[in-house]
Design a protein around this ligand. Structure first.
Ligand code: 5GP
Length: 194
């Protein structure tokens, strides 16, 4: 998506450990107009999949997932990383290792917010080694629901997550695909090397 690639070129910075910092439009400050455009793009890409619900994980997945849900007219549920007094039992839970924070989080969703007939679209901000997506897939497996797609805002195609999702036979779309962050340079993958 050209709008997103241009924004990454303008505002993204590369940090040690192959981390792309995009906190002035996605991970901290959020650009609503860009999120809205991205929601429309997710709708276009997954239009034929019969999506009934979107699943993401807090916090950075929420903004793009919400806009996709708005455009696709389906509910959005986000897995929580922290237990709360109102989130007690009747949960689906999975353990996820965080790429950027280097800690394990147990992510949970209330069983009321996933339905056996659902066709789930998983959305997240980044796809790196695929741990977050794997955790969400584990939850969907436990809930016996179909996952019809994984949509990410930015994938780092040189890390494991891209292949992991493809090997699972799931329709994967990234709005921006990064081939390399070597030498502090963002190099985009062309769509032909999918
Ligand atoms: P994965 O679970 O695929 O290894 O990593 C995905 C999660 O780690 C995303 O939800 C995102 O929050 C975080 N993450 C991974 N790589 C990056 C990155 O390069 N930049 C930022 N800002 N977050 C990342």
């Amino acid at each position: 998506m050209k709008l997103l690639e241009d924004r990454i070129k303008r505002d993204g910075t590369v940090l040690p450990g192959d981390v792309l910092k995009v906190d002035n439009f996605l991970n901290h400050q959020v650009d609503p107009q860009l999120m809205y455009e991205m929601g429309g793009e997710f709708k276009r890409l997954f239009e034929n999949e019969g999506v009934t619900r979107i699943l993401t994980v807090e916090s950075s997945g929420i903004a793009p997932a919400l806009m996709a849900g708005l455009k696709m007219n389906v509910p959005v549920v986000f897995a929580r990383k922290h237990r709360s007094l109102t989130l007690t039992d009747n949960l689906y839970t999975a353990r996820v290792y965080s790429y950027t924070k280097q800690v394990n989080n147990d992510i949970s969703i209330d069983k009321r917010f996933i339905d056996p007939d659902d066709k789930i679209l998983i959305i997240d901000d980044f796809l790196a080694n695929g741990q977050a997506v794997e955790g969400m897939l584990e939850i969907c497996k436990a809930a016996h629901v179909d996952v019809v797609g994984v949509g990410v805002v930015i994938e780092k195609r040189f890390q494991k997550g891209h292949q992991l999702v493809l090997d699972a036979g799931i329709h994967l779309e990234a709005l921006a695909s990064i081939a390399s962050l070597a030498n502090n340079q963002v190099t985009f993958a062309s769509n032909t090397d999918k």
